[in-house]
Design a protein around this ligand. Structure first.
Ligand code: PMP
Length: 287
């Protein structure tokens, strides 16, 4: 199906939306993005995604080219125009296309930012066969830059990590710094030991996942015990269960780490319960 996408104020068929070869997103990965999930044709955690977007932009001395209200309208219009029931809305804002390639930032009064949004249909997002089975992860070195809290479009290493995982027969990779798990290639990592849910605290070393925050809120409301601290890959392999969180996976159980099976090799009770709670709460709160 030919999608309708949004680019710099216009709604266009996807094959008519074009960005300049001088765009700094293309030349320098000078841009930020957000991915908001859609359930029942409604946006999940939209306000929190916009808050993180504003923070990413501020850290890179950029501004939000639309008002928050306009941004919500664009998201909702794309969901409507593309008859999206379950899936994602992808948003990207770059520093625009100055006339010359140059390391210094262009004057924002002369170079308008580029903003694009498009939808991706993902039937089975809520009723996911993979979530019933669980995923396998491998561990790899985390060699990314030091500001992983900014959601930039520099995704080459996470993309290489994903390929390393697929080539070794796994589904994803957890990245390690000083022996401790930072996060997955595009998700936050959790382990569960003796019913205690453990996840790395927020810092510049990981992306501040919106799903992570919501899942932690729901876990606390359900009286589950939660600890924010670093955990090693050895500890993860010895855990009772593990899972990842992201807007495109919600809560996804992990059943194997570096070839070591967790528990009985099926999704754990805590991960399964958190996935159910997350989806039912999102259904109530989406807009
Ligand atoms: N960490 C990284 C590196 C990511 O790329 C993502 C998803 N973009 C996440 C965590 C999860 O964030 P969220 O729950 O906001 O999708």
């Amino acid at each position: 199906m030919m999608r309708t996408v949004y680019i710099n104020g216009d709604y266009l068929p996807e094959n008519e939306a074009k960005v300049s070869i001088f765009d700094r997103g293309f030349l320098m990965a000078d841009g930020v993005y957000e991915v908001t999930s859609v359930i029942d044709s409604k946006l999940v955690d939209f306000d929190r995604h916009v808050t993180r977007l504003q923070r990413s932009l501020k850290e890179l001395e950029m501004k939000l080219p639309l008002s928050v209200r306009e941004l919500l309208e664009v998201h909702q219009e794309l969901v409507r125009a593309n008859r999206l029931e379950e899936g994602l809305v992808y948003l990207q804002i770059t520093r625009g296309a100055p006339p010359e390639r140059d390391f210094s930032f262009p004057n924002p009064d002369e170079t308008p930012q580029t903003i694009v949004l498009f939808t991706q249909s993902k039937p089975g997002l809520t009723d996911s066969p993979l979530a019933k089975q669980g995923i396998k992860v491998i561990s790899i070195d985390d060699i990314r830059w030091g500001r992983r809290d900014i959601k930039t479009v520099q995704l080459l290493y996470p993309s290489m990590g994903k390929m390393m995982a697929l080539k070794s027969g796994a589904d994803d990779a957890w990245m390690l710094q000083d022996g401790y798990v930072t996060e997955g290639t595009s998700n936050n990592a959790f382990i569960v030991k003796n019913k205690k849910i453990i996840t790395r605290p927020l810092s510049n070393k990981i992306l501040h996942g919106i799903t992570r925050a919501s899942v932690m809120r729901f876990a606390k409301e359900s009286q589950m015990e939660l600890v924010e601290r670093c955990f090693s890959i050895e500890e993860a392999k010895a855990a009772d269960e593990a899972f990842i969180t992201s807007a495109s996976n919600f809560v996804m159980p992990v059943v194997e780490i570096d070839g070591v099976t967790l528990g009985d090799g099926t999704p754990g009770l805590v991960a399964t319960r958190l996935r159910e709670i997350y989806i039912s709460e999102c259904r109530k709160q989406a807009k």
